[in-house]
Design a protein around this ligand. Sequence first.
Ligand code: GLP
Length: 237
Amino acid sequence: MKKILCKTYDDMSRQAAQLIIDQIHAKPDSVLGLATGSSPIGMYQALIEAYKAGTVDFSKAKSFNLDEYYPIAPDNDQSYHYFMQEHLFRHINLSESHIPDGTAADVDRECTAYDKMIAEAGGIDLQVLGIGPNGHIGFNEPDDALFAGTHKTGLTQKTIQANARFFASIDDVPKMAITMGMGNILKAKKIVLLITGKNKTEVAEAIFNGKITCDLPASFLQLHPDTTVLIDENIYQ
Ligand code: GLP
């Protein structure tokens, strides 16, 4: 994994945005894997600026998001559908954007269909990731075993607590989610992982320590041939 220390959150965001812009310039019909959370918000802002300045055109590109809470309606302001509309999709011109359906009645069918759509799109060219303080990527939480494909999962208490800051009360945080699996993520041709936030100092060290374990899902990124980890240096202060 290539580790890049960035002076500020803004610096991290701009470097990440540039990697996406370079990807689109190299392959205009790229398939992007996108993430939610506070980590990529600055990157999305930089992409919107670049699009408005005419330096990048997403009209041939598609996107697939990592995950969505379950159950949740797309117009709920805490849903990842809502987040992506607000922070990216309504500002740029992606040809298609997909997010797992947090209202699906038949979740297994939704998961199979999501994996099929990714495969039919030719697989993910560049996957953006944030990381949970417990090392989760997407909603692949530490567990005895991890899933390869898109699946429904329970959220750990630590994740529910970490994400409660966005909800009126911790009781409102959904207890489940639909997430791409580790196989979906590791099959991406390139991965860009963003690490910011003071609660990430330990996890930012642990993912480089050479051990790969289901207790730390992001440690599997050490197996991937083209992962860039952009770290906001402020996590160490
Ligand atoms: C959520 C998302 C993850 C994200 C993580 C970190 O749980 N499912 O994809 O990486 O939060 O969020 P943040 O960037 O806000 O720290």
